[in-house]
Ligand binder design. Structure first.
Ligand code: PEP
Ligand code: MG
Length: 326
């Protein structure tokens, strides 16, 4: 089985009915990049840059960040790399303790882009490092915890400012640098059309989106079947975001844990998803699962799934759909 999975890495990933599906890797460390390449990832769909801020006792300098991002880009050998801007908050503090304040309710507090925009000098340093690294290969920038479009407008303005600065300094700049929003706050998902006026692409952060839609802590095991993509409210929201994105013609991926969970591959295909990002260890299992599923059958049956009213109904409909699509 190990060998046959490894053989899968060489060919593009396709469903049983021949539709190409893009599989990207989530990365935090250098090892992830090596594995992503070995197992045939189409690129990095989520690089969690906050790990650079959590590991060191001081904030990483522009040069340190530049080297980390450039090495990531070079390591992927020309495949696209999506760098998420720092996603810190009271749940994930910077090791230097300079940015994050203790909060009563960290999940609902100053985290992700809310925090980054409060520290324009720190954020500006990261932005300069990303712009410089983007000269070495295709890079996309992903903004975490977006709630409304003014946050994307502010980020774009900071990128434009940094561009002007670097240009004055005679430093090379990339021509294009697509800017995307993570969809992980319910308001962003419900009002996604507004964000699409300011984003070049979207990435659904289903870990946080599930937590916020169900009001169920992502790390609390005591909440039974609340924290699951089989919840009808979450399914409808996912379908809405994916379809709105397709209508506007912009790419959308999903980079939460469910993207790499073979139990949910059929579900995500049925919702119209065609770009998945996952832990590198899941690339081959998901590829194998995709090769067993008929996407057109799943898409045809999706309305049944979206009419389900309860978790149990969803589970049942999904099981019968998966059977007819396998
Ligand atoms: C998510 O929320 O789904 C996500 C991918 O981001 P993180 O797990 O880093 O919060
Ligand atoms: Mg998240």
């Amino acid at each position: 089985r190990g060998r046959s999975l490894a053989a899968l890495a060489q060919a593009p990933s396709r469903t049983a009915d021949g539709v190409e599906i893009h599989l990207y890797a989530n990365a935090e460390l250098g090892d992830d990049v090596a594995r992503a390449r070995r197992d045939g990832a189409d690129g990095i769909g989520l690089y969690r840059s906050e790990f650079l801020f959590m590991r060191h006792k001081q904030l990483p300098t522009e040069e340190e960040q530049f080297i980390a991002y450039r090495d990531l880009v070079l390591g992927m050998g020309g495949a696209p790399v999506t760098i998420r801007t720092l996603d810190l908050g009271a749940d994930k503090a910077d090791a230097a303790g300079l940015l994050v304040r203790r909060e009563e309710n960290p999940a609902l507090g100053v985290r992700g882009i809310r925090l980054a925009l409060r520290f324009p000098a720190v954020f500006g340093t990261q932005i300069r490092a990303i712009l410089r690294a983007a000269c070495y290969g295709p890079v996309r920038v992903l903004v975490p915890m977006v709630t409304q479009s003014d946050e994307l407008i502010a980020v774009r303005a900071l990128f434009n400012m940094a561009r002007e600065e670097l240009q004055r300094e005679g430093i090379d700049l990339p021509e294009r640098l697509p800017l995307g929003a993570m969809i992980e706050v319910p308001a962003a998902a419900i009002n996604v059309r507004a964000l699409l006026d300011h984003a070049d692409f979207l990435a659904i952060g289903s870990n946080d989106l599930t937590q916020y839609v169900l009001a169920a802590d992502r790390d609390n095991d005591a909440l039974g079947n609340l924290y699951t993509p089989l919840q009808p409210a979450l399914l409808r929201l996912l379908a809405f975001v994916i379809h709105t994105c397709r209508k506007v013609g912009k790419p959308v991926s999903l980079c939460g844990e469910i993207g790499g969970d073979v139990h949910f591959t059929a579900l995500l295909l049925a919702l119209g998803l065609s770009e998945f990002s996952m832990h590198p260890s899941q690339l081959l299992p998901v590829r194998e699962r995709l090769s067993q599923l008929d996407r057109s059958v799943l898409l045809r049956q999706a309305p049944r799934l979206l009419r389900a009213y309860t978790y149990e109904d969803v589970e049942q409909v999904l099981a019968s759909m998966t059977e007819s699509a396998s």
